[in-house]
Design a protein around this ligand. Structure first.
Ligand code: F6R
Length: 608
């Protein structure tokens, strides 16, 4: 949800900013801009559309001179994605430029106040108030650091800001409140960015800025202050992955690369936590679930669907009631959550605004909070009492794949771990489930290898404008994710239904040629699924079935079949989703869609 980047050093800033923005483009891509400091003046370029337009306009940055600057890629909230609304925004005297990720909630009041002071607004954005506040406080104090502090103290909402001032050559400022921002420590050059992918080509040494902190950055020094202006010592962390992880590596799209990476990502999530046949989660005490009477899983989008899939194993093995609730709904109810509740929140980015709010709400009610998160040092990781990291590596494609499967794996692992701690499973069952977890990466690989016919199927089905996914039990949870994957990247309408529910209304939409994707891997319910498949076939539907390898009975009804390897039924979600991810990918490819950057979406949803 908008990406920002900043640089100061000895090199020309513009090409570095543009390269950083390209790596942040998954966060928003409807317009972009950069501003560079040179000889006491700011030069700026902006372009609507993707970053390639800005590259063209600036001759890949060669047209802007200067060795300190800031850049922005936008996901529009306030005002259309035009050149004028694109960031950076300039003060009226041209001395300050600012880039912003987040939302300023009190911007209307500030705008009125600043207009009364005589400031002229050029854009419709909430961001522009910031640059005029900087101007106002700089004129009043003559101190740039103080101006940044004072301006930040007037803002309500969420922001990660990058600032340059024409009167402070070689200096960039970065401030953060409830939006992600990291600092990159180089040699003779320093950086800031919304996330590591923008910096990894230059440095692996990172400082995580906390809410309320701000940084003054020169080529040789990074000084971090708290909101009162007192300098703070901050630890430097070393990023564990390399530049290759953030590149396409020969694949046509990041999404395909990330689907193929899933066996490796799952191995990284599962293996290090199994020692001598036992599951251990760092930081979770042995009596972690003592006094817990209910588990609530909350998240958004695919992360929520991972929760829906993971719920089955936790409830089945631990015999504790598990509820799933969308974070955006939970925060506006008066939920029955107290100190006997464990809240599990799930988030790839760790920055989703609704999920953050759900954690805060449940903490305030006394719940214990456990976060399943991919991005180290993210807001949710810091906010929750405990964290289980999914070691999926950077996920660049907007549509999540390895993020989702590693979330499901983490939930499955937690289910076995918790059941054993609660004394609810036998040692034999525990050992068998640990083995099933261990085999997950190779079964995902098998699910990839088994379904080489998917590009062909996509050729046949890509112009279906409306589809259904049906399944029961965990298969239904998979349908929810499979359907979301398809619609978000191929723009086809699709709906996921619990197979038994179809006849209560929706079957009215089944007609000649309608494609119904029927997930029927849950052996115990296979006969029930066959009945549902017959019902839709009788009404003219075409059926593409997903079943366990070796299932022959399906051929009597299905038009086409995808297979997944047999395994522990409770842990099928991470396996079954793979052919549906590939199906969504190839359908979108056939339809000529921009797969890694689907329209209207952004990777990290930091607004409500
Ligand atoms: C869909 C997708 C989104 C995210 C959702 C939550 O492919 O990626 O639905 O799952 O926006 O994001 P995180 O996991 O970052 O909290």
């Amino acid at each position: 949800m908008c990406g920002i980047v900043g640089y100061t050093g000895a090199q020309s800033a513009a090409p570095i900013l543009l390269a950083g923005l390209k790596n942040l483009e998954y966060r928003g891509y409807d317009s972009a801009g950069i501003a560079v400091l040179d000889k006491g003046a700011i030069s700026m370029a902006k372009a609507s559309g993707q970053i390639k337009n800005l590259c063209q306009k600036t001759n890949d940055g060669a047209e802007l001179h200067g060795s300190a600057g800031i850049g922005h890629t936008r996901w529009a909230t306030h005002g259309a994605p035009t050149d004028t609304n694109a960031h950076p925004h300039l003060s009226n005297d041209g001395k300050f430029a600012v880039v912003h990720n987040g939302i300023i909630e009190n911007y209307m009041a500030l705008r009125e106040e600043l207009m009364e002071e005589g400031f002229v607004f050029a854009s419709e954005t909430d961001t522009e108030v910031i640059v005029h506040l900087l101007d106002l406080y700089f004129k009043a104090t003559g101190d740039c650091k103080l101006a940044v502090m004072k301006a930040a103290s007037r803002l309500e909402g969420s922001y990660a800001l990058g600032v340059i001032c024409a009167e402070r050559p070689g200096r960039v400022y970065a401030v953060k409140e409830a939006s992600p921002l990291i600092l990159g420590v180089g040699i003779g050059e320093n950086f800031f960015a919304s996330d590591v992918t923008a910096l990894i080509a230059h440095t692996k040494n990172i400082i995580y800025l906390d809410d309320g902190e701000f940084a003054e950055i020169t080529p040789d020094r990074i000084t971090v202050y708290d909101c009162a202006g007192t300098p703070k010592k901050k630890p430097i962390f070393r990023v564990a992955w390399d530049i290759e992880a953030a590149e396409k590596g020969g694949y046509e799209h990041f999404m395909l690369k990330e689907i193929m990476e899933q066996p490796r990502a799952l191995k990284a999530t599962i293996e290090p936590r199994i020692k001598d046949g036992r599951i251990a989660f760092e930081g979770l005490p042995d009596d972690y679930l003592a006094g817990i009477e209910k588990i609530v899983i909350s998240a958004c989008g695919s992360a929520y669907y991972a929760g829906c899939a993971g719920r089955y194993a936790i409830e089945e093995l631990c015999r504790i009631p598990v509820e799933t609730e969308l974070a955006s709904e939970l925060r506006y109810r008066n939920p029955l959550i107290d100190e006997h509740t464990l809240l599990i929140v799930i988030s790839q980015s760790g920055e989703t605004a609704d999920t953050i709010a759900a954690v805060r709400e449940c903490k305030a009610r006394g719940a214990k909070t456990l976060a399943i998160v991919n991005v180290v040092g993210s807001t949710i990781a810091k906010l929750a009492d405990n964290v289980i990291y999914t070691w999926a590596g950077p996920e660049i494609a907007v549509a999540t794949t390895k993020g989702y499967t590693t979330q499901v794996a983490a939930l499955n692992m937690f289910a076995v771990y918790a059941a054993e701690r609660l004394g609810r499973i036998s040692p034999e069952r525990y050992a068998a489930l640990v083995e099933a977890l261990r085999s997950m990466p190779e079964r995902v690989q098998r699910a990839i290898d088994l379904n080489k016919n998917i590009p062909e199927l996509a050729k046949r089905y890509h112009d279906n404008q409306s589809l259904f996914f049906i399944g029961r039990n965990i298969d239904y949870a998979i349908c929810l994710e499979g359907s979301l994957k398809l619609k978000e990247i191929s723009y086809l309408h699709s709906e996921a239904y619990a197979a038994g529910e179809l006849k209560h209304g929706t079957i009215a939409l089944i007609e000649e040629g309608r494609l119904v994707i029927s997930v029927a891997c849950h052996e115990a319910l296979f006969d029930k699924m066959m009945s549902n498949i017959k019902e839709v076939k009788a009404r003219g539907a075409k059926v593409l079935a997903v079943v366990l390898e070796g299932n022959r009975r399906i051929f009597s009804e299905a038009d086409d079949v995808l297979f997944v390897p047999v395994g522990e039924p409770l842990f099928m979600a991470a396996i079954e989703i793979v052919p549906l991810q590939l199906f969504a990918y190839h359908m979108a490819r056939e339809n000529g869609c921009d797969i890694d950057k689907p329209k209207n979406l952004a990777k990290s949803v930091t607004v409500e």
